[in-house]
Design a protein around this ligand. Structure first.
Ligand code: PEP
Length: 250
């Protein structure tokens, strides 16, 4: 299919200066896999430190969320896409299920974050995924269509030419339950078909990552699926051994 593989780590609200130092010390002794992009998204406060530690390693560094408003101003506590770009971040995760479900971010708000990120030159990683209840009620495709559809209608299919999508079933995040390769492939193919309905070329080139309890021992079978182009990794991205074990899988 010709799409590159990306393995991205979401450290969530984990880590410390000491962890960043030891992580990149451990990295020095490792050879990185060819043909696999690597990205790490630490908590915001550690971005400058991780950017400095990652310089020259070939590992990109991104943020976990961003303000939906592009203009600077009276938005206490928020950080703009321009600011992330200014300090050297390359990517930003938008619409992670923890942002949608704990902090009540709507699909419209996520689409605004996506747009603000792209306007500042960042690559947004748009997370979509259904809860267990939604899957069991047979609504997986409806949920994915709504979450992706908001971005398609607000930003246009062409915007997905400079973006990444991550399918992260909520029931698989941090639970140790991974989607089977068949479940992942079906969801990824559905997402790609939603984009293809508007633009075949953009759909064919779109990287769609799988996230949800990916580990070194289950990564290869997930990455072997035709429409799975890598992973968004939570817990297992905090250790070099498991992060690189996943990146080397398959
Ligand atoms: C995530 O945080 O996006 C995630 C997929 O977490 P985990 O790999 O721990 O399930």
């Amino acid at each position: 299919m010709g799409r590159n593989r990306l393995v991205a780590g979401n450290w969530k609200m984990n880590g410390s200066s000491a962890l960043i130092q030891s992580f990149f010390d451990d990295m020095k002794n490792q050879s990185l896999p060819d043909q696999v992009g690597l990205l790490l998204c630490p908590p915001l406060v550690y971005l400058p430190e991780m950017l400095a530690a990652a310089r020259g390693t070939g590992i990109s560094v991104g943020a976990q969320t961003v303000c939906e408003t592009a203009e600077a101003g009276a938005f206490t506590g928020e950080v703009s896409a321009e600011m992330l770009s200014d300090i050297g971040a390359s990517h930003v995760i938008v619409g992670h299920s923890e942002r949608r479900h704990i902090y009540g971010e709507s699909s419209d708000m996520v689409a605004s974050k996506f747009s603000a990120a792209q306007s500042a030159g960042l690559v947004p990683i748009l997370c979509v995924g259904e809860t267990l209840e939604e899957r069991e009620a047979g609504n997986m495709e409806t949920v994915l269509a709504e979450q992706l559809g908001c971005v398609l209608s607000q930003c246009g299919a062409s915007a997905l030419g400079q973006a990444i999508v991550a399918y992260e079933p909520v029931w698989a995040i941090g639970t140790g339950k991974t989607a089977s390769p068949e479940q992942a492939q079906a969801a990824h193919a559905f997402l790609r078909s939603q984009v293809a309905a508007q633009d075949d070329t953009i759909a064919a080139g779109l990287q769609i990552l799988y996230g949800g309890s990916v580990k070194p021992d289950n990564a290869a079978e997930l990455f072997a699926c035709e429409d799975v182009d890598g992973g968004l990794i939570g817990g297992a991205s905090l250790k070099v051994e498991s992060f690189l074990g996943i990146a080397r899988a398959g």
